[in-house]
Design a binder for this molecule. Structure first.
Ligand SMILES: [Fe+2]
Length: 430
């Protein structure tokens, strides 16, 4: 694919970046003075080199322009450049095979009938490429597409995903995700959320950067209702890290790709597209460390994974299995109960450690349990837990895993079928 990128990167590495905190943190004006949204910054507060006559406000909205609780959100971006200056000649479509041959769009792919059975997939091998070209969708429905990417190279363009939010979970490696709001560090164990339509570019800083990926076609994620456990439960708004503005006012040749209905359109810019000198509002990309997730537990009864819900989407939720004490009450079950998901499909990505209900759970591997069949812990996982509890009394369940549970059935992609570990359904008989 013929793309252009001639800019400096936004941060030398992930540890260079500073953040502000808060789920809906406002007033990230980067030193600019303004009275309120829709009022341009005071010309006397602009950074050197910025032409006050060129500064424009741009809104990035969710839920349209109509306020509705829980839906509407807006970012007010103050740009140092005047509005779009592209020409029709500078707009071209690019074949999916040239950009992201294995990134499927759940809204347009449609469902395919398939057997309801346990499925497992190995850790993906690294291959040369960028985070988008190497992204593989394994499962999709009308609400979400779920996959992995392992990349070696920076994206040679910026992307605006107009189809959905991108939620990345960094499994291995390190890098920076540059956005028009400012950079976010990609570090092991962090979730990074990019709201739909946000311009971004992923730059790995390690030989390979391995990430679990969830694309959300519905409204923006919510923090789950923590009810009687209070606002600070599960995690606190201070655990959400939001970027500070970081802009590049240089001229040059840049390509911005827009993904819409699974198709890619390229726009050519003659200046760096990250020209936001300050931003305001309650919509922004953020990152969140899984180590800051505080699970709810009970010593007497196994708590179902709905208590681990971290991000609530429309039609699905993302849950974090984090270190927690094992149940120790008399006759309590130290592993999950056997269950039949009548109305939910579940995907688990194994990040670190031995998953408590599995005989083995290789880091980077994934399982998919569709609705309809009975499943539960492997027998040797139950015995392992009982033996350890007998020997040690209480102990900590360690390690991390990310689970996605969906309301609508998921369709398994052809790529996933090509790498499936077909012996997995037999693993309960060993
Ligand atoms: Fe299950």
């Amino acid at each position: 694919m013929d793309t252009k990128y001639s800019g400096q990167r936004q941060a030398k590495n992930a540890s260079d970046i500073t953040y502000v905190t808060g789920w809906c943190y406002q007033n990230q004006l980067n030193g600019l003075r303004t009275g309120a949204p829709h009022v341009l910054p005071d010309p006397n507060s602009l950074p050197p080199g910025v032409d006050p006559a060129a500064v424009r406000e741009q809104e990035l909205t969710r839920g349209g322009f109509v306020p509705s609780p829980g839906r509407h959100a807006t970012a007010y971006l103050y740009r140092a450049r005047q509005g779009p200056r592209w020409t029709r000649d500078g707009i071209r479509t690019i074949a999916n095979d040239d950009v992201a041959p294995h990134w499927l769009n759940g809204r347009t792919e449609g469902a395919r009938p398939q057997a309801s059975m346990p499925r497992k997939y190995p850790r993906l091998s690294a291959s040369k490429g960028d985070a988008v070209s190497n992204l593989r969708t394994l499962f999709h429905n009308q609400d979400t597409a779920i996959g992995v990417t392992v990349c070696t190279d920076p994206m040679p363009y910026f992307l605006r995903n107009a189809d959905g939010d991108d939620l990345f979970f960094v499994h291995d490696g390190e890098g920076v995700i540059e956005t028009e709001f400012g950079p976010l560090g990609l570090e092991r164990g962090y979730y990074v959320w990019i709201p739909r339509g946000t311009l971004y570019r992923i730059v790995p800083d390690s030989p390979q950067l391995y990430m679990f990926h969830i694309e959300n076609y519905g409204e923006r994620f919510q923090k789950p209702d923590t009810g009687i456990t209070g606002d600070a439960a599960l995690y606190y708004h201070r655990n959400i890290q939001v970027p500070t503005a970081c802009y590049d006012l240089s001229d040059g040749a840049y390509t911005v790709l827009v993904k819409q209905a699974g198709a890619f359109t390229a726009y050519e810019f003659d200046h760096h597209p990250c020209d936001v000198i300050g931003w305001d509002g309650d919509l922004a990309p953020f990152r969140f460390n899984a180590e800051d997730f505080k699970p709810i537990t009970s010593w007497r009864a196994h708590i179902p994974p709905s208590a681990y819900c971290t991000f609530l989407g429309d039609g699905f939720e993302v849950c974090t299995f984090a270190p927690r004490p094992v149940e120790t009450g008399e006759r309590s079950l130290p592993v999950p109960f056997d269950h039949i998901n009548h109305d939910r499909d579940e995907v688990i990505f194994f990040h670190e450690g031995l998953f408590f209900s599995k005989d083995k759970s290789e880091a980077g591997a994934m399982t998919f349990h569709a609705r309809g069949f009975s499943h539960g812990p492997h027998e040797n996982a139950l015995q392992r837990a009982l033996d350890r509890r007998d020997a040690e009394g209480g102990y900590m369940l360690d390690g991390y895993a990310v689970m996605v549970e969906t309301n609508l059935p998921l369709t398994v992609s052809p790529w996933a079928e090509s790498v499936e570990e077909t012996d997995y359904p037999n693993s309960w008989r060993r």
